[in-house]
Design a protein around this ligand. Structure first.
Ligand code: PLP
Length: 407
């Protein structure tokens, strides 16, 4: 089926409005995506006719709700090609998924003097949990640097390993640069040292097909709200053997098997990691979002979004006095980070907003990366499947105007 962006746009009610007297151009998709009517209706329809708490009732609605929740789990399983549905843990989002792994992994496997490898382009969500673990356990963080063309430095990575290395955690796609990291190569190398790998896929599942069996990563995390589903739902994928080895993260509710005042026993996977009442409606919205994306086709989406990015880079490169924080187009996706020389990113963002264009400005939760680049931040335009070249033209016009006003 040909990719029909105008038809897709009809599915997103929020896009059809004016902001500051201009038609909205929403280019803040790396922060969160808008929701198609199919997701909105799945949630509204659930609350109108199907809602009851899961896993606890004998009554009809509770069973229905439980079935839909478990269907959502299988839908995620197939979406990322996990071997088993119980390798899919529902969380609040990428941040919680990474915290879950960091704290339980540390409890089981990290002691004084051990080493954890992360990267210079990580989001704070994949820095700070490991940093806190390192502080509390007396372990050491080792950082994969970036090269001057905004790639991870693989050679240095290979030299960071010692017999003390316990885990590697790295992003698939950088939220600040759009760099697509060759994670399979990184995972294969870590496995040569018997070191497990966690992939932060917050910026990748919505843009390209993920196959966790092919990648062979031990853990992978992503957020529903960045993939057209609701906020407050996310996924942790883990290989069965690793999830089995980790202790529970939180206690109570659905993760309990039996309690006495002397002793509590816990459920098996996946419920072992799903304490309390989970965001089961969020999970149902995630299934609706996955159905929507697979209906269009991830490959089609990837191709279209890359063409949008290349178009935007071509256009912006024609304006003098702009630095784009990316050099190689072949392994970048959906993020265009830039600065106008002599202008603060925040001022550029404000002017764009006056023209109805939503971009993000600042450090994008990647302070160490901004320190490495020696800049206070960037203006970040990030694209989704509903953006158009016409919108990019309007964005470029607005950037030129901002440059005129500020310089
Ligand atoms: N990792 C990356 C690469 C991100 O871009 C983000 C969010 O921007 C996160 C982690 C955190 O995601 P969330 O806030 O949904 O937990």
């Amino acid at each position: 089926m040909a990719f029909d962006v105008e038809k897709i746009r009809q599915d997103f009610p929020i896009l059809h409005q004016t902001i500051n007297n201009h038609p909205l151009v929403y280019l803040d998709n790396a922060a969160t995506t808008q929701k198609p009517i199919q997701v909105i209706e799945a949630v509204a329809g659930f609350y109108k006719k199907k809602n009851a708490n899961i896993h606890r009732g004998v009554h009809y609605l509770s069973n229905l709700s439980t079935d839909l929740y478990e269907q959502a789990r299988r839908s995620v399983q197939h979406f990322i090609n996990a071997r088993h549905d119980y390798e899919i843990i529902f969380t609040r989002g990428t941040t919680e998924s990474i915290n879950l792994v960091a704290f339980t992994f540390a409890e089981a496997f990290i002691s004084q003097g051990d080493e954890i490898i992360i990267t210079e382009m990580d989001h704070h969500a994949n820095i700070v949990p490991w940093q806190q673990i390192a502080l509390s356990k007396g372990a050491k963080l080792k950082i994969v640097p970036i090269t001057d063309d905004y790639q991870l430095d693989f050679d240095t990575y290979t030299r960071l390993f010692t017999e003390k290395t316990k885990i590697v955690a790295l992003p698939h796609i950088s939220n600040s640069l759009g760099t697509i990291n060759p994670i399979k190569k990184f995972i294969d190398f870590a496995h040569k040292h018997d070191v497990p790998v966690l992939i932060d896929a917050a910026q990748s599942v919505q843009h390209e097909k993920i196959d966790v069996q092919d990648l062979d990563c031990e853990f992978l995390a992503f957020s529903g709200h960045k993939i057209y589903a609701e906020t407050g739902i996310g996924v942790l994928y883990g290989k069965e053997e690793w999830l089995d080895k980790l202790p529970p993260y939180q206690f109570g509710g659905d993760m309990i098997e039996n309690v006495t005042f002397e002793k509590t026993t816990f459920q098996k996977l996946p419920l072992k990691f799903e304490a309390g009442t989970t965001n089961y409606v969020g999970a149902i919205s995630l299934k609706a979002a996955i159905d929507y994306l697979t209906g269009i086709g991830l490959e089609e989406i990837e191709k279209y979004e890359k063409s949008l990015l290349n178009y935007a880079i071509d256009q912006i490169s024609q304006i003098d006095g702009i630095t784009v924080y990316a050099t190689r187009e072949d392994n970048k996706t959906s993020v265009l980070s830039f600065n106008i020389h002599g202008a603060h990113n925040y001022d550029v963002g404000m002017i764009l907003d006056q023209m109805g264009i939503a971009v993000r400005t600042g450090k994008h939760c990647t302070h160490p990366l901004m320190q490495r680049l020696k800049i206070p931040g960037t203006v970040r335009a990030s694209f989704a499947l509903y953006n158009t070249t016409d919108e990019i033209d309007r964005f470029i016009k607005a950037v030129k105007k901002a440059k005129q006003m500020l310089i």
